[in-house]
Design a protein around this ligand. Sequence first.
Ligand code: PNS
Length: 178
Amino acid sequence: MIAIYPGSFDPITLGHLDIIERGDRLFEKVIVAVLCNPSKSPIFSLEKRVAQISRCTQHLPNVEVASFTGLTTDYARQRNAGVLLRGLRVLSDFEKELQMAHTNKTLWDNIETVFLATSNEYSFLSSSVVKEIAKFGGSVDHLVPDNVAEDLYQWYKVHPPQISPPTTMSTPQPFIEG
Ligand code: PNS
């Protein structure tokens, strides 16, 4: 059975990598499919994200990294994949993920979504959290693969956050009657 692991991966985190490694043990092949979505504005280009993931999954011979546009189910059909693999971190993920799984089932009945519970140590982790930390100069070495940490430091060196100075409140004036 071939599984597709679709996502934005902007950038891939150790939480994603954990799902890929565990998926690799369950399925014949895992295709990590990076969505090309022009309506989102990722910091890393599609090609860069594919390269980042390829680099940190090179120890997994049954993992392929690719990109796609359009519907995930169309891509899955095209790649002869029967499973969509997704990670579930916390309860709040569940609602969105369940809706997505049901929607995908209406689009192609032969697809099954398989959820893996994210490992405990990564349950708080998201690409957004990682970008937020790196943006303000924090270390992300423990949250993303080494090559991705380097890319993030480089990105924010070139694109530092625009921080406006805190606004000073004007001193309240006493109210004088009359
Ligand atoms: O990493 P993300 O952003 O949570 O991944 C979301 C993704 C890419 C899996 C989802 O947005 C998706 O499948 N998009 C492709 C469009 C599609 O198939 N939509 C119908 C299912 S909701």
